[in-house]
Design a protein around this ligand. Structure first.
Ligand SMILES: Nc1nc2c(c(=O)[nH]1)N[C@H]1C(S)=C(S)[C@@H](COP(=O)(O)OP(=O)(O)OC[C@H]3O[C@@H](n4cnc5c(=O)[nH]c(N)nc54)[C@H](O)[C@@H]3O)O[C@H]1N2
Ligand SMILES: Nc1nc2c(c(=O)[nH]1)N[C@H]1C(S)=C(S)[C@@H](COP(=O)(O)OP(=O)(O)OC[C@H]3O[C@@H](n4cnc5c(=O)[nH]c(N)nc54)[C@H](O)[C@@H]3O)O[C@H]1N2
Ligand code: SF4
Ligand SMILES: [Mo]
Length: 745
């Protein structure tokens, strides 16, 4: 007997609604849920393989605890005892900062990852926090923090209504979109063209997305900030600046005009390898379009001028009046976001409130660069204690961060490490305790993060499609127990963590004159919360306090968990709407167009105008059937074109004597790797491309399928020293490398 159950797909940012077929407790099929209010039936090959991802036999079923040097199966009780015994002495002897926390990407795809790590970090009181954000989108947070006063206020291109999309360093036909949650991104690009709109793609590779475009500009990697600065220059130079409705909300226009004066199309053309006339055309087209959106992603962030490029993306949206208007780039409003306060000056955004111990990198958004994790463990200084214990949740930095070999050794030297991870992989193999979460079919799902980045306001929640297997523990409970064990409350009831958060949140809300529950009794409100579990009660609380919430009765038709459960395919909350000036939290209460940290970084960009590398540079790429480092163990998703090969342009290949399919050696500052060449003109001359997340050939892992075709770790080519200085983001693209054919034996 089979049945079906709904489950939001957690495998990428598109958040498609799936209809799972379930036999017994096994997921045997997945198709798109046509009634899903957001995804309307869209699915990609990863979602269609949900059952294989979910049922991977290599997923760990019980905790592992290291005994006599070896990881062995253990009970949950033994595992949490070991966590408390491993972490507490380190905190007590060396202080809170000697415990590091590493949070990986899947935390934004689980409810547990949204709800518990903030409590863990606050409870530990550690400043040693590292996340996947600093190998990804930290530059965007910093630019939003500086422009809008809120690092979380990220404008999203209005894909369904725009007339002109300028897409920079993003390949949504493979990635399905990022910092822009849209199910069926490919379909939305085709619809844009079908309604007469235009798509321009800036990417050193002729990607599947670039092939769809009306115009593809194969920029020199890393030079986007120069190109965008020159477009900004042209807008001023040709009097194309038109703020429209934004005028009263923006300051610093004249100063900005002055700051970009030197960045003429002629001055940047050589560094970008884009003709001056074409740069002018790009600026004019942007200004002339009835509506337009500029959108940048990985290729604009993980580069030396990541924050400047991210800032210029929104500068262009602002100067053309496209920020915060339909068809432009708007701020979504998620159902679990805070109830909007009246507009007015805020606290502003601060950078560099503290620094990393070894290389003195400034913090950004409370985080230190993931690139600096290894040195924070393996290097002693007079400044304080190195990291001696590590909590890794859904993170595989040995493959995803620069210089995995150094990190490998550093992790081995720790006094204690715990990984919350379903796999024994390149990183978790170093742990003393591995706590495996259940597969996604056994977990509830709500997109706290991505609903705040979605092209349409909507809200959905799916309960576990399959009950927890005997011996399993929900990831929410794992993280609650881990938090208690790490903060000196080992053995307490995990519900205490949820009660603490509920008490604090409601306590604050009743004291806030703008809250719908101002002046009420927090205990009485807590008693009204519904839900079967602590996390459900917290979701109920956030929905009811949120911008569409019922305000615990104050707005009777508003949202609550009960209302959401009654709408299994989700609730549509309408298209994105203009929201300014409310989201602004700058000290001025306005958009601060030319913030001081940007002014201070512009001289570096001016120098960049005069520099150009003549050697080969490396960029990354993603494949539709892959996801970072953890999906190479699923046979249905590997093979074919999803391989770890070095893309190289035919002319470069010929010059270097590299033959298609033959091994080539790639050398960078951090090391060298050998991979098969794939000669293709989809990369521009002077650029080679390797995908990331490969290199599954280390001993002591349990990834049987992945180990059979391990690929190489592209991040071994990096030594971790190249960062975007404002955000601490790793430079992963536009990295100089040497490439040589491997002589036949
Ligand atoms: N060269 C290069 N490097 C890159 C990038 C690039 O473009 N080029 N991209 C960067 C980007 S954007 C990112 S986000 C990072 C990602 O870097 P990471 O976050 O370190 O890596 P992931 O492969 O996403 O997965 C992390 C871990 O989560 C585990 N996991 C999977 N599902 C769950 C779950 O439900 N719960 C828990 N607890 N664990 C789970 C996996 O087994 C894996 O060990 O990589 C970065 N690295
Ligand atoms: N299938 C699949 N989907 C994914 C993931 C995955 O691994 N696989 N990962 C998920 C994650 S964690 C993220 S963050 C997103 C990322 O989502 P995207 O940013 O859309 O993904 P990428 O494919 O890395 O696209 C980056 C593009 O930037 C280009 N590029 C490199 N350097 C430069 C440069 O200097 N300038 C310009 N203009 N372009 C450059 C690359 O050639 C590449 O095509 O994808 C998510 N979705
Ligand atoms: S596009 Fe992303 S969310 Fe949708 S089915 Fe594919 S992996 Fe899942
Ligand atoms: Mo990412």
């Amino acid at each position: 007997m089979s049945r079906t159950a709904l489950r939001i797909c957690p495998l990428c940012e598109a958040t498609c609604g799936l209809t799972l077929t379930i036999e017994g407790t096994k997921v045997t099929g997945a198709r798109g849920d046509r009634e899903d209010v957001f995804s309307k039936g869209f699915i990609c090959p990863k979602g269609a393989s949900f059952g294989a991802v979910d049922g991977d036999p290599d997923r760990l079923r019980t905790p592992l605890v290291r005994k006599d040097g070896e990881l062995r199966e253990a009970t949950w009780e033994e595992a949490f005892d070991a966590v408390a015994a491993g972490i507490r002495p380190v905190v007590e002897r060396y202080g809170a900062n000697s415990v590091g926390v590493v949070l990986g990407n899947p935390n934004v795809h689980t409810m547990a990852g949204a709800l518990y790590p903030p409590v863990l970090i606050a409870g530990l009181g550690t400043r040693s926090l590292f996340t996947a954000s600093t190998v990804d989108q930290m530059p965007k947070h910093v630019s939003s923090g500086l422009l809008f006063g809120d690092a979380g206020a990220i404008p999203v291109p209005d894909l369904d209504r725009t007339d002109h999309l300028l897409l920079i360093g993003a390949n949504p036909l493979e990635s399905n979109g990022s910092l822009c949650t849209a199910a069926d991104f490919p379909g939305k690009l085709k619809a844009l063209k079908a309604r007469g709109g235009t798509l321009t793609v800036i990417d050193p590779r002729r990607t599947r997305t670039a092939k769809l475009a009306d115009r593809h500009i194969p920029v020199r990697p890393g030079a986007d900030a120069l190109l965008l600065a020159a477009m900004t220059h042209v807008l001023f130079d040709e009097s194309l600046v038109d703020l429209g409705e934004l005028t009263p909300h923006v300051e610093g226009i004249a100063e900005l005009a002055e700051a970009v004066r030197e960045f003429t199309p002629e001055a940047v053309a050589d560094a970008c390898d884009v003709e001056p006339a074409l740069i002018r055309t790009l600026a004019r087209e942007l200004a002339a379009a009835p509506t337009a959106a500029v959108y940048g992603r990985i290729g604009s962030c993980t580069v030396p001028y990541g924050t400047l490029a991210s800032w210029l993306v929104d500068v262009l949206n602002i100067l053309t009046g496209n920020l915060d208007r339909p068809g432009g780039a708007l701020f979504p409003q998620a159902a679990t976001g805070r109830t909007p306060r009246p507009a007015g000056p805020g606290h502003g955004f601060q950078l560099a409130r503290w620094h990393s111990r070894v290389s003195r990198h400034p913090e950004a958004k409370g985080e230190l660069p993931l690139s600096a994790l290894a040195e924070e463990i393996d290097t002693a200084t007079d400044e304080g204690e190195p990291i001696r214990a590590l909590v890794a949740v859904a993170a595989n930095p040995v493959l995803s961060a620069p210089d995995g070999d150094r990190l490998d050794k550093a992790l081995d030297a720790l006094d204690f490490m715990v990984s919350v991870d379903p796999y024994l992989n390149e990183t978790s193999r170093h742990a003393d305790v591995v706590l495996p979460p259940p597969p996604p079919s056994q977990s509830p799902h709500h997109d706290f993060a991505f609903n705040a980045l979605a092209v349409r306001n909507q809200v959905r929640y799916t309960r576990p499609a399959v009950p927890l297997e005997p011996g399993r523990m929900a990831e929410t409970e794992i993280l609650a127990r881990l938090t208690l064990a790490a903060t000196g409350m080992h053995g307490a009831d995990p519900r205490a963590v949820d009660d603490l958060v509920v008490g604090q949140t409601l306590g604050k809300a009743v004291g806030d004159p703008h809250s719908p529950v101002h002046g009420r009794d927090p205990r009485e409100l807590a008693e009204q919360l519904t839900g079967d579990t602590g996390p459900e009660r917290r979701l109920d609380m956030m929905l009811r306090l949120g911008p569409y919430g019922d305000g615990f009765g104050a707005r009777p038709h508003g949202l609550s968990l009960a209302r959401l459960l009654a709408a299994p395919h989700g609730i549509d909350l309408g298209p994105l709407r203009p929201r300014l000036p409310q989201p602004l939290k700058t000290r001025s209460g306005r958009i601060e167009l030319l913030p001081q940290p940007i002014v201070d970084d512009l001289p570096r960009l001016r120098e960049g105008m005069r520099r150009r590398t003549d050697g080969l540079v490396l960029v990354g790429r993603r494949h539709l059937r892959s996801n970072n480092s953890w999906m190479h163990n699923v046979p249905a998703l590997t093979g074919g074109t999803n391989r770890c090969t070095l893309h190289i342009h035919p002319e470069d290949a010929e010059r270097l004597g590299v033959r298609d399919g033959a091994p080539v050696r790639v050398k960078g500052a951090g090391g060298e790797v050998t991979a098969p060449a794939e000669v293709t003109d989809s990369v521009r001359r002077g650029v080679v491309s390797l995908p990331h997340g490969w290199g599954h050939d280390r001993p002591g892992t349990r990834l049987n399928h992945a180990a059979a075709d391990p690929g190489v770790n592209v991040n071994q080519l990096l030594d971790g020293s190249l960062l975007d200085p404002l955000s601490g983001n790793a430079v992963l693209n536009g990295v100089p490398v040497d490439v040589a054919a491997v002589p036949a034996p």
